[in-house]
Design a protein around this ligand. Structure first.
Ligand code: ATP
Ligand code: MG
Length: 439
């Protein structure tokens, strides 16, 4: 992509309502444009990152054997009346009447809708388990939308749902998602800690929030800092195997958010020197809730004995649009964003420092073509700005590598490669450039 052909409305100053660094940087880097409170348009640079995150989440759901579907954003109120949540949900739900005066709503989540899909088609225990997910926009009329995309009103979520014959089977599904989440966040280069969360009336220990540590987070978190050392090779995880020991290695270490915190438990379970209190951002939440919806909505299957049996369900969310902000919160410096390679909008930012010099411009064009042809995604700054503007813009948008073409490229066939994170500069012969990036 040539910058002369790109819509990148960078700002010098961040808007005064942007309180936290990720919101400021997303505005300054021209990633989003506010439509109304808590509702944003995604501009090219922001959309690219959003899609990258979405794809990693999708690949990992697929790898865990979850089926992708796409449910509508608008749902009939009747389904929610069946589950009993239509009244309970209160003002966070955006309610709409259609022209026939039927009550509809903009989905804040999809338990009811997916239970309806399930009960229409699945009638036997032999067809279980069923694991379904979709990636769809949600609307919650949050009391205090803030922090940009981190607490929006309209936001993109991956939500998955599991249907199993009984509690024991549903725990197997739960563990699959638990491990799938560990792997997903690992690929996003985030340290997300699973923290035990409130399960409500169902009890048990089958609810976890995945939280990344951040001083701007909205959750107070309390955990054993041994969790920070937990490293597991998950690349080749086999989801058909028993995953409980892997899951238990996390569960047995104390980690909770404020709702569940209790000082006595903390002291009993964690050595004083390992006790960590901090703030965090909830990026995912998994939850096994048994027959809460299936009972109310009569989602039954015939069991082995030919009797009707109410299915056990779970739901599993990841805040995809929140993750864009959360990743920036955990990866930035005084110059701007520092994208992890896995989600960076481009692999390389190519800077032509002398657009008015025909030779240097033609060298830059060649490099752009070669790098692009070798499969790298390049943002090419071919704009007629002064070097200071070019450098600070490229630093702001945070692409991991910058390839800088200037006088030396003409006189000695040398370009400079700058590592955005470390700031290290390496001189590379132009002929060796593609192999430099081949890893
Ligand atoms: P929170 O406690 O932050 O309000 P929640 O517990 O209401 O979130 P869930 O219903 O568990 O959220 O939704 C699943 C995921 O969707 C959350 O873990 C979060 O990453 C994301 N999410 C929830 N609400 C918002 C929002 N208003 N804006 C952006 N992302 C959100
Ligand atoms: Mg939650």
């Amino acid at each position: 992509m040539r910058l002369t052909n790109y819509f990148l409305p960078v700002l010098k100053e961040s808007p005064s309502d942007a309180e936290i660094i990720s919101h400021q940087l997303m505005m300054r880097a021209g990633m989003i444009s506010q439509s109304s409170s808590g509702i944003y348009s995604w501009l090219p640079l922001g959309l690219k990152v959003l899609k990258k995150i979405e794809n990693i989440v999708r690949e990992e759901q697929d790898a865990a054997g979850v089926n992708e579907i796409l449910m509508p954003t608008i749902q009939p109120a009747d389904l929610w009346k069946e589950s009993g949540r239509y009244e309970d949900y209160g003002k966070e739900m955006l309610r709409i009447n259609d022209r026939q005066d039927r009550e509809m709503l903009y989905g804040p989540t999809n338990e009811e809708q997916v239970t309806d899909i399930f009960r229409r088609s699945i009638k036997s225990y032999k067809e279980l388990p069923q694991l379904l997910y979709h990636i769809q926009w949600k609307f919650r009329d949050e009391l205090r939308p803030r922090f940009g995309v981190m607490r929006g009103r309209e936001f993109l979520m991956k939500d998955a749902y599991s249907f199993d014959l009984d509690k024991q089977q549903s725990e197997i599904s739960y563990n699959k998602f638990f491990v799938c989440y560990l792997k997903t966040f690992q690929r996003l280069e985030l340290k997300a800690i699973p923290m035990s969360a409130e399960t409500g009336p169902i009890g048990g220990d089958l609810s976890h929030e995945f939280i990344i540590i951040s001083k701007t987070g909205e959750s107070d978190i309390f955990f054993d800092n041994k969790l920070l050392e937990q490293e597991n090779e998950l690349l080749n995880v086999d989801y058909s195997k028993d995953l409980s020991s892997l899951v238990n290695s996390y569960k047995e270490l104390y980690a909770v958010s404020d709702d569940k915190f209790n000082q006595d438990d903390f002291d009993k379970n964690v050595l004083k020197e390992n006790q960590t209190k901090s703030k965090g951002i909830e990026v995912g939440h998994i939850f096994s809730f048994g027959t809460k919806y299936s009972e109310a909505m009569k989602a039954n299957v015939l069991n082995n004995d030919g009797k009707q049996s109410t299915v056990f369900m779970g739901s599993y969310g990841i805040g995809i649009s929140r993750l864009v902000g959360a990743i920036i919160e955990s990866s930035n410096d005084e110059k701007g964003i520092v994208w992890p390679e896995s989600v960076s909008p481009y692999d390389i930012g190519l800077i032509n420092l002398k657009t008015k010099d025909d030779d240097i411009s033609s060298i830059s064009d060649d490099i752009y073509e070669k790098l692009s042809n070798s499969g790298l995604d390049v943002l090419y700054d071919d704009k007629n700005d002064n070097p200071g503007v070019k450098f600070s813009r490229m630093d702001l948008i945070g692409i991991p590598y910058q390839v800088i073409v200037g006088n030396k490229s003409k006189s000695e066939s040398i370009i400079e490669v700058k590592n955005r994170k470390s700031g290290d500069l390496t001189e590379v012969k132009i002929e060796n450039l593609t192999s430099f990036f081949q890893k």
